[in-house]
Design a protein around this ligand. Structure first.
Ligand SMILES: NC(=O)c1ccc[n+]([C@@H]2O[C@H](COP(=O)([O-])OP(=O)(O)OC[C@H]3O[C@@H](n4cnc5c(N)ncnc54)[C@H](OP(=O)(O)O)[C@@H]3O)[C@@H](O)[C@H]2O)c1
Length: 251
């Protein structure tokens, strides 16, 4: 059996101050990774610092870096800092995202631009810079959404702005043949984090719960093992989108 570990691997995590990205950081640290804990909003700084402390307490190394990943120069800056601190990058996991739930007819130009900036543009340039920077044998993972396999209204611009990432992933994974770098997406079901609730009502939360196994939302703890798998022994998976959602949507 191949055995690939995260020991001394440098892992850049986009959006690691809390929730999914925060737990990924803590869990890769358990295996001895060196983590670049990225955050975007000033209000996330403290959370990012706590994540970094938790990484160190778990036996890993960590640095914290602030960047608006919708700006290509700041994406480049994130990788500059990572290489400056740890001399290399092995894995990149981008969890940056923004949700909007409303009828398509009510989405404003500003909302559309913001959603595509975070969910498409930032994802694209994170992948581009990751491809330039990761060592041969590296891994690139982007978090999308299980709504990519849903027939539903109200998430037009959210699911629509995550959808291009599947095509970016297919193309990049193929372009990187020969360097032993796998590129994949993980598509969680509705997750029990502060990201999910503001867009929903009591009724819609009940509906989302009823749409998966055991009447439950997806938990970040359910997603993290798959991320770690992709970064280690799951290396042969390539160019794919994994729907991890208790059966919420399938494709
Ligand atoms: N929760 C759900 O129901 C659910 C379901 C399926 C998929 N997802 C996806 O899972 C991912 C993680 O979500 P989560 O639930 O863990 O919520 P979260 O902690 O709020 O994650 C969103 C992340 O995006 C970052 N971000 C937003 N704008 C950014 C920008 N301009 N530049 C860089 N980073 C930016 C945020 O950083 P700051 O806070 O520092 O701004 C935050 O770390 C997201 O991509 C989301 O679309 C979530």
């Amino acid at each position: 059996m191949p055995s690939r570990t995260l020991k001394d691997k440098v892992v850049v995590i986009g959006g690691a101050s809390k929730n999914l990205g925060g737990l990924i950081a803590r869990e890769v640290a358990v295996d001895g990774a060196k983590v670049v804990v990225h955050f975007n909003s000033p209000s996330s700084k403290e959370g990012a610092q706590q994540t970094a402390e938790a990484v160190k307490a778990a036996g890993g190394e960590a640095i914290v870096h602030e960047a608006d990943l919708t700006q290509v120069s700041e994406v480049e800056g994130l990788f500059e800092v990572a290489v400056g601190a740890f001399d290399k990058v092995d894995c990149v996991v981008n969890t940056a995202g923004m949700v909007l739930k409303k009828p398509l007819t009510e989405v404003t130009e500003d909302e559309y631009d913001k959603m595509f900036a975070v969910n498409s543009k930032a994802a694209f340039f994170m992948m581009q810079e990751a491809a330039k920077r990761v060592e041969d044998g590296g891994k690139i993972v982007t978090i999308v959404t299980s709504l990519l396999a849903a027939y539903t209204g109200l998430y037009s611009v959210y699911a629509g702005s995550k959808a291009p990432v599947e095509h970016f992933t297919r193309a990049l994974s193929k372009e990187l043949f020969g360097r032993n770098i796998s590129v994949n997406n993980i598509a969680p079901g509705p997750m029990d984090t502060g990201f999910f609730y503001p867009a929903e009502t009591e009724d819609s939360i009940a509906y989302h719960k009823s749409s998966a196994m055991n009447g439950e939302l997806t938990k970040i703890e359910d997603i993290v093992p798959y991320v770690k798998f992709l970064l280690t022994d799951g290396w042969w998976l390539n160019g794919q989108t994994l729907f991890i959602n208790g059966g919420y949507t399938t494709r």
